[in-house]
Write a new protein. Structure first.
Lengths: 530, 644
């Protein structure tokens, strides 16, 4: 029951939101999302980390003719992704408290439906069920960008939709092909993913048109678009720039992980030979993504676009790790998925907080922010350090393991990927320098009334001793963050250091599954622990 | 006391200091912030002393105290504990770091007393101390790397401490990024070692490495060391990555003394001394290191001659002295490298703090052309600076003489050394004497060249006491490493204690028969060269002050090239940074927006084409979607069935 509850409780929440008076929607949503998060923490008691099998199984026939079931379960690969999803929803609710001012009801309904679809995607063990959740998650996101988005939101949503739809169609076809194969090879039609693992799919090395390669690419394309991998990434910057802050956070932090999760759940174990044969291609694209994303991020004038391209770079690391096909790479890949969720989620939240005050995301409009908004600056810089993988932050563990694994798999690719370590520092620190340091920019200090113009100098002197020294003047642009925003950022900052200092606290829950995936790659089976 | 508790206290004290000042970062109480930070540093120093004496009581072969607190990363065969080891090398390092560190913390109280954000400053300084201690105490390469990046981070924060000045913020970023280039090399070096020998723990690594000389350039050990050396060229400011260090002088002067002279920049030297028992089996790597070090020493020294900013002169001097240390590492004189690291920490920290005292007195003036005659106004600063000056130019019996002479002798006599390496080293010694004497002459001696409105005053005791202690160390600090030939003729025969202490943990290269006469002769030559350089500078800048201008004019383009730092920064800008930015813009605007998106639009057109085709049958997009899907299913199913 636990898993179904985790999937469908948000649907109930959405119904509740639909009936509540407008005034209480925000606090009620916060409460409900916290409840949902608390419920997901029960997993720590119910999940057995020493087993690599699928746990907490629920299975009910759905379309028995086609072997389709409502079939959900959890293992070490999906474990953290579920918790990441439930963890972020309350932060997004709290983070959008003042950012979303129109159609609050619809917004929260979207948010809860999205949460349900995402968790369903991670927990589904039936391919058709997976597909349904995978696609269903697009709809609330489509509305989120289309309704609460920026000026070019229609263009962005179309691009986003066409890209992801095109990809998932190939996947649907491949799923259907696999279902037919289960009938051939196992006797009965089944859409169950563990049954897919049992298939012997013909593979011929060096031949492009063999069944395993075709199906492999059908799945890989769908997931690569979602990740997104170079060269199918161009929907992401547009979607991010147009999306409202909560949309960006969920999109980057969780939805992209559906792609990388798909590689771990479907592509690697179902098509082990094709995956091994084509690993070089995906590692290469991963490395190109790391460097390409970083270079393009470097020259973005828009902060949000910069963060979006940095996602391309970070997800390139994840792909490199996954296709290194060794324990370092795969472990690092999974860790980096969580890291990216936290640090990029935090970056989008931070950018949103600034945007809310100034309505500008142009780096050129800022400068000298460190003087007027010291707490905001500290938070941003900590997240920056996580993003550029400074040791003792979460980012380092993931990046180090990925590079280690990448280097073991292929010295050249591994060597080039290390360049990302340099470029990452370049684009993030250059942005930090232009936004926070130097002379006050157009929107900093001189933005509001004259009284505020001198604020930069003031912050250091007169009001310094008072804890809320910089809050005594609300007439101009107060760029410092308030208590609510600190509450949003604090859990993320804590996790950045917790995950950086004690990675075993997290990896121990996934270790058995990841070891199993790497060690039995060519003959992967998962026990279904009823 | 239990050594684990001592190590823990040693590390935690600066971290608590960081937390204390970090949490009250708005406070303006420099006295409170500085006292807490200095106390934290001093507690660490006491722990270091205690650990040193514990170590001393152990038999030489058993001198290592290790404590592992918890397993940090455990994945596959990789097992990295949060482990720290105090042994002969790290004991010296922690004594330098916390000892010199405490003095610099103390100095900072006065220096930063008028700053807007003293708490933040001291918080960063304590955080630096913590990371530096992690770097040298780490019992494996990855923990060292944690400290390695950590000190880089603090350096970034402190160089850009006065961030409102865009140039200072840029200098911080330049330091971090240049260091990151090195760190990428460090990572690859680590990967090679891990996949070749299966461990990153120093003690295991040094045991597992086969005791066979690698004669090829592509052997794993040689490659690993070459990549690690890239890391060292970043952190320790060697060619080609030294360019960040002169710019790093944008930070507060005590920071320059602590981070950019005495401790952090020596991390690369420390790393190679630590790995020296393995390095001796990679002679090609040693060759590269020796020549890079020698070249850096000379190039930086020549640039130092032409600089006018007192801190820049000292910065290039630091780059040059670090070059000496790598020259020593490259010729297998690991004890001498570590020894020079220590004496340099004393006299260079002294001179940086001294320059801080001068800058403080001159109201933030750093141009030596606007100083002169400060001896009268700053007697203590001047006197201690003289001690540092004598130490760095290598006049016996000051500290620098012993360590520099040892390096030069080994560069000449070691099987890895050569006459050419010695010559470059000796030439550098002459240049060093010249630019340091020039600095003294322009700053302290001769006539005052500043306006009447400037009233230089000696600094308060909290600043002069550190100067005096470091001055004393610059005099006696070298006495623990008196060379054997010299020790033989001195009463009591004080032979090289320092090298004897390090002997069990450093690599040793087979030596030729000692040539006592040659060693004396070369010692004479290097001291004479130093004397000559010093006399020449004295003559040029005090006796005939118009001479330098005439010489500069005569040398014309050569002088301009040196004065402009050989245009290295311009070269990097033009051939590295600008092309990188141009390329990035091109791939964004061309590939991303043009090529990839055009292809997408084409695909999009295809879909809407199909849709309009579907519209001829029925209306609406869902139908086109269904049709598209059906077509796809048909195509793929055909393939699957056909290949079966």
């Amino acid at each position: 029951m636990l898993l179904s509850l985790l999937i469908f409780l948000p649907v109930l929440f959405a119904l509740i939101v639909a009936m509540l008076p407008e005034k209480v929607i925000r606090p009620a949503s916060l409460l409900m999302s916290l409840l949902h998060f608390a419920l997901s923490l029960v997993l720590f008691y119910r999940f057995n980390p020493s087993s690599a099998g699928l746990q907490l199984i629920e299975k009910t026939p759905w379309l028995p003719t086609f072997g389709v079931n409502y079939f959900v379960g959890i293992d070490g690969i999906s474990f953290w992704l579920v918790i990441l999803s439930t963890f972020l929803t309350p932060l997004v609710v709290l983070g959008s408290w003042t950012a979303i001012t129109e159609k609050i009801r619809s917004f929260h309904i979207c948010l809860f439906l999205l949460s349900s679809a995402m968790i369903g995607t991670f927990l589904a063990l039936d391919a058709i069920l997976f597909y349904a959740f995978f696609e269903a998650s697009l709809i609330p996101m489509y509305f989120m960008v289309g309704v609460w988005g920026g000026a070019r939101r229609l263009y962005a949503t179309m691009k986003f939709f066409i890209y992801t739809m095109a990809g998932s169609l190939f996947m649907l076809v491949a799923i259907i092909a696999l279902i037919f194969m289960t009938q051939e090879q196992l006797g009965t039609m089944s859409a169950s993913i563990p049954d897919f693992y049992k298939l012997q799919i013909p593979f011929v090395a060096g031949d492009l048109l063999n069944t395993q390669t075709i199906l492999f690419f059908a799945f890989a394309l769908a997931f690569a678009i979602k990740v997104p991998m170079f060269p199918v990434h161009t929907w992401l910057p547009d979607a991010h720039v147009e999306a409202p802050t909560p949309g960006s956070v969920i999109l980057a932090a969780v939805m992209l992980k559906m792609g990388t999760y798909g590689f771990l759940r479907f592509v690697l174990p179902i098509f082990p030979l094709a995956a091994e044969y084509w690993a070089w291609l995906f590692m290469l694209l991963g490395v190109i993504g790391i460097i390409y994303g970083a270079l393009v991020a470097m020259v973005q004038p828009d902060i949000k676009k910069l963060v979006a391209y940095s996602s391309v770079s970070h997800m390139g690391y994840v792909m490199l790790g996954i296709f290194a096909l060794n324990i370092y790479g795969v472990t690092g890949g999974l860790y980096q998925m969580l890291n990216h969720g936290i640090s990029t989620g935090a970056l989008f939240l931070l950018v949103g907080m600034l945007y809310e005050r100034t309505h500008s995301r142009q780096i050129a409009d800022y400068g000298g922010l460190a003087k007027v908004a010291p707490i905001y600056t500290i938070a941003f810089i900590i997240v920056t350090f996580s993003s550029i993988a400074v040791p003792l932050t979460n980012g380092f563990i993931g990046e180090f393991l990925i590079l280690l694994g990448g280097f073991e798999a292929n010295k050249i690719f591994g060597g080039f990927a290390v360049l990302g370590v340099i470029l990452g520092a370049v684009y993030m620190l250059w942005a930090v320098k232009r936004i926070f340091f130097g002379a006050p920019g157009k929107l900093v200090g001189g933005g509001g009334d004259t009284g505020h113009g001198g604020h930069g100098v003031h912050a250091g002197h007169g009001h310094g001793h008072a804890a809320h020294g910089s809050h005594d003047d609300h007439s101009g642009l107060d760029l410092e963050i308030g208590a609510r925003e600190m509450f949003v950022l604090a859990p993320l900052v804590i996790l950045i250091f917790w995950m950086g200092l004690f990675p075993s606290d997290f990896l121990n829950w996934s270790k058995a599954s990841l070891d199993h995936l790497v060690q039995n790659r060519t003959n992967y089976q998962l026990n279904v622990e009823e | 006391m239990n050594h684990a508790i001592l190590i823990l206290t040693l590390l935690i004290a600066p971290l608590l200091g960081f937390a204390f000042n970090g949490l009250r970062f708005r406070s303006h109480n420099a006295y409170l912030a500085g006292s807490v930070a200095t106390a934290a540093s001093f507690i660490s120093f006491l722990c270091s002393l205690a650990l040193f004496f514990q170590l001393k009581d152990l038999p030489p072969e058993a001198r290592h105290l290790t404590s592992r607190f918890f397993d940090w990363i455990v994945v596959g065969d990789l097992r990295v504990p949060f482990g720290f080891t105090v042994d002969q090398i790290s004991a010296i390092m922690i004594l330098i770091i916390t000892g010199v560190g405490s003095l610099i913390h103390l100095f900072s109280i006065g220096y930063m007393s008028h700053d807007e954000r003293p708490s933040k400053y001291f918080a960063y300084l304590n955080l630096f101390l913590f990371n530096m201690l992690v770097l040298v105490l780490g019992d494996n390469l990855l923990i060292t790397f944690v400290g390695w990046e950590g000190v880089g981070l603090c350096s970034y924060l402190l160089i850009g401490f006065w961030f409102s000045d865009p140039a200072k913020a840029a200098a911080g970023m330049k330091a971090f990024v240049t260091n990151r280039i090195g760190d990428a090399g460090f990572l690859i070096g680590m990967f090679i070692l891990f996949f070749t020998y299966g461990t990153l723990t120093y003690s295991d690594l040094l045991q597992l490495i086969p005791q066979v000389v690698e004669s090829t350039w592509t052997g794993p050990l040689t490659l690993a060391f070459l990549f690690l050396f890239i890391g060292a060229t970043g952190k320790s400011a060697q060619i080609p990555l030294y360019v960040w260090l002169p710019d790093a002088m944008a930070g507060p002067t005590p920071v320059s003394a602590l981070i950019h002279a005495a401790t952090m920049v020596t991390a690369g030297v420390y790393l190679f001394v630590r790995l020296s028992p393995a390095l001796i089996f990679a002679p090609h790597a040693m060759e590269v290191i020796a020549w890079t070090g020698a070249a850096t020493a000379l190039v930086a020294a020549t640039i130092g001659i032409t600089q006018w900013d007192i801190k820049k002169i000292l910065a290039y001097s630091t780059v040059s002295q670090l070059g000496y240390m790598f020259l020593a590492v490259g010729v297998g004189a690991f004890g001498a490298a570590q020894f020079h690291l220590m004496t340099h920490a004393f006299f260079k920290a002294l001179m940086f703090l001294g320059s801080g005292s001068v800058i403080h007195a001159m109201h933030e003036e750093q141009d030596v052309r606007k100083m002169g005659g400060l001896r009268k106004y700053l007697p203590i600063t001047h006197f201690t600076f003289v001690l540092g000056w004598l130490a760095i130019i290598g006049i016996p019996p000051f500290a620098g003489f012993f360590s520099k002479d040892e390096i030069l002798w080994q560069a000449f006599s070691s099987p890895h050394g050569s006459k050419a390496l010695w010559f470059v080293g000796a030439l550098t010694a002459a240049c060093t004497a010249f630019y340091m004497t020039r600095l003294m002459a322009l700053t302290f001696w001769g006539k005052s060249r500043f306006g009447k409105d400037v009233h230089p005053h000696e600094s308060p005791p909290s600043m002069t006491i550190p100067l005096m202690v470091l001055g004393l160390l610059s005099v006696i600090g070298g006495w623990v490493g008196i060379p054997h030939v010299l020790g033989a003729v001195l009463p009591g025969h004080p032979s090289n204690l320092f090298e004897g202490w390090l002997k069990p943990v450093i690599g040793h290269v087979a030596h030729h028969e000692p040539n006592v006469i040659m060693e004396w002769a070369l010692m004479g030559v290097s001291v004479s060269l130093a004397g000559l350089g010093a006399w020449f500078a004295y003559h040029n800048y005090l006796v005939q002050p118009n001479l330098p201008k005439a010489v500069a004019a005569k040398l014309g383009p050569v002088y301009r090239a040196v004065a402009n730092k050989y245009y290295v920064d311009e070269f990097y800008d033009r051939f590295l940074i600008n092309p990188l930015i141009a390329t990035s813009k091109a791939i964004w605007l061309y590939i991303d927006v043009n090529v990839i998106d055009k292809v997408t639009y084409f695909a999009g057109d295809l879909v809407s084409g199909l849709a309009s085709f579907a519209k001829t049958v029925q209306n609406g997009k869902t139908q086109s979607y269904a049709l598209y899907m059906a077509l796809g299913v048909a195509i793929i199913m055909t393939f699957v069935m056909w290949r079966g």
